[in-house]
Design a protein around this ligand. Structure first.
Ligand code: COA
Length: 568
């Protein structure tokens, strides 16, 4: 089937649909919903049999839905309507939620129902639920709807609130007043629900020492108490604030009125004002290590998978410490939502010299990658519970094995960030795994990749588990089996020998020097593309056109000239 994905942005959900629909043999093209004329043109060019809208910020124009079946992915249960579906479900503590695939018509979210898939709710942020449960349910719902479209005579169900299974309602846009925190009244559980309902966007508006900030990245601060509303201290970059029955850690803030009005680590936003705030030893940490038998697990659930210079340095230290332990295997766990998205573009944007900070950050991540690549005492595994992008994919590849949860999305390319050349020893790691020709294709194509394709290409060594609990069970068995392998010593010797041979052929330092030479041009050269692209990314400047890599219908080279002029 010819399917057009009409979406506000090519976000994780749209990427997953793109991968899975293509895998099933459909011809898929993507158009960003910029305005009516552009969307209409895309439809005229592509002539889709179906339009799927996974993430829209406005209604589909009537000129389109009147003549084409348009299926909207709504992150709500049957009957739920409105722009704050997940926000309300989290704030109200709904035990179960869902995704409904409905047909676009004149009334927002009120069209006929093609599929609904429900899931149990988890105590997590909106963004985390979106990237996991919602994405999986949306995929199931869209696949079901596509199957139903192909069935002769299937009739979607009109929305009818008299039906017993239609439990949702029309809910308004959630306002800041709906989730404002009352520090004198709210329990830890309530504060967490309020912040999570707005995390990643828009954040909960609050005041800290009179400064207006948006709150994100909240966690319970077990065992800490104080006068409700009081700041108790900080740990790494997070601040701790007391509630009526405990306290919460807040990892990230956004100062909308500030010089840098985007998300940054909390202490980076408040730093100078909080000079006196005590450091809480053994407080919150974005890196932790655990051991089971002869396997060490290093977790680094960095917010949004972004790795600042400081985080890379701390992670390298933690990795080196893990390597000193009497274990055989080290598993690099990343976090539950992302494994890594490479260098931290927000802290770079906020630096006095973004070029210098980019340089420091890429060198810090390279130092970490180097420690992993040159490890001779252990076998190493990267375990991807969540997506990885850009340098994050290659950092994962620095380990001896890369295993992933089925369905994670990889973006193994840098070029979308203003033609960034990239480093993390990718020029060594990628061709070594997939060969020169495929390496070139992967980095040029700039497309998201599913686990199946990444497995076939050799970018992944295995993928399993439909969700993280399933992944963890099998991961632990596999890691233990690797550590207990009767041939462990031989496997380790072979790995060391291969590395030595590679080093003889071309030293790691040489790869790094060549990559950094190109990165130096990206950061300090005459072409400002990387700085512009980073600014646009951090400030979330809407895209003004869909890249040709995903909008196949706009690729003039693939269309007869007459055809093009008719559509324009
Ligand atoms: N630095 C800082 N923030 C980052 C980041 C990075 N490297 N990568 C992602 N983020 C943030 C996004 O700004 C977004 O923030 P929000 O919570 O305010 O919305 C959040 O992480 C999720 O990213 P999003 O783009 O919405 O996720 P996605 O799953 O749809 O897309 C990527 C994933 C990897 C394709 C996309 O995030 C990306 O291109 N990231 C930049 C990768 C990069 O170029 N890194 C630098 C070179 S190594």
């Amino acid at each position: 089937m010819k399917i057009l994905i009409l979406t506000h942005a090519f976000n994780s959900l749209s990427q997953r649909l793109h991968i899975e629909l293509k895998k099933r043999g459909h011809t898929v093209s993507v158009e960003f919903d910029i305005n009516d004329a552009v969307s209409e043109q895309a439809v005229a060019l592509f002539q889709p049999e179906l339009i799927v809208a996974p993430f829209l910020k406005r209604a589909i124009p009537e000129t389109i839905w009147r003549h084409h079946t348009c299926l909207v992915v709504h992150p709500g249960i049957k009957g739920d309507r409105g722009p704050s579906a997940l926000d309300w479900a989290i704030l109200k503590g709904a035990p179960e939620w869902g995704v409904t695939v409905l047909q676009a018509n004149a009334e927002m979210d009120a069209g006929d129902l093609w599929a609904t898939v429900n899931f149990p709710m988890r105590a997590a942020s909106k963004a985390s639920l979106y990237r996991n449960e919602v994405t999986d349910a949306a995929l199931q719902g869209v696949l079901l709807a596509v199957e139903r479209m192909e069935q002769a005579g299937f009739q979607p169900e009109p929305l009818d609130y008299a039906q017993a299974d239609v439990k949702g309602t029309l809910q308004p846009l959630m306002r800041q007043s709906d989730r404002r925190i009352d520090w004198q009244q709210d329990t830890t559980e309530t504060v967490l629900r309020k912040i999570r309902s707005a995390d990643g966007f828009p954040g909960v508006l609050d005041w800290i020492y009179g400064q207006e900030v948006m709150l994100y990245d909240a966690h319970a601060a077990d065992g800490l108490y104080g006068e409700p509303g009081m700041l108790l201290g900080h740990s790494e970059q997070a601040i701790c604030r007391a509630t009526v029955d405990g306290a919460v850690w807040i990892g990230h803030l956004r100062d909308k009125q500030g010089v840098h009005p985007f998300k940054l680590p909390a202490m980076r936003v408040l730093g100078k004002r909080l000079a006196e705030l005590p450091k809480i030893v053994a407080g919150y940490s974005d890196i932790h290590y655990e051991e089971q038998g002869r396997v060490g697990y290093l977790h680094f659930p960095f917010y949004n998978g972004a790795m600042s210079t400081d985080q890379c340095n701390r992670l390298r230290e933690a990795y080196v410490a893990a390597r000193r332990r009497d274990t055989r295997v080290i598993v690099l766990m990343g976090g539950p939502d992302f494994w890594s998205n490479g260098i931290h573009l927000n802290t770079i944007e906020a630096a006095e010299s973004p070029a210098d900070e980019s340089w420091a950050n890429i060198n810090a991540i390279n130092d970490l990658a180097r420690e992993i690549i040159t490890t001779e005492s252990h076998l190493t595994v990267s375990a991807l519970q969540g997506n990885a992008g850009a340098g994050g994919v290659f950092l994962a590849r620095a380990a001896d094995r890369v295993w992933a949860r089925s369905g994670v999305v990889l973006n193994p390319h840098y070029k979308d960030m203003g033609n960034l050349f990239g480093s993390e020893y990718w020029t060594y790691l990628l061709p070594k795994r997939v060969g020169e020709e495929r390496a070139r294709r992967i980095t040029q194509a700039r497309l998201p990749m599913g686990t199946e394709e990444a497995g076939e290409l050799g970018l992944l060594d295995g993928y399993f588990g439909q969700d993280n609990p399933q992944l963890l069970v099998e991961l632990k068995q596999r890691a233990k089996a690797l550590a207990d392998d009767a041939d462990f010593d031989q496997i380790l010797r072979d790995k060391v020998a291969t590395r030595q041979a590679d080093e003889q052929e071309k030293p790691l330092d040489e790869y790094r020097r060549e990559e950094l030479e190109r990165m130096n041009l990206n950061f300090y050269g005459f072409d400002p593309s990387y700085h512009v692209a980073r600014y646009n990314f951090v400030y979330k400047v809407p895209k003004s056109r869909t890249p040709i890599t995903i909008a196949g219908h706009r690729d003039i080279s693939k269309r007869p000239r007459d055809d093009w002029s008719q559509a324009s």
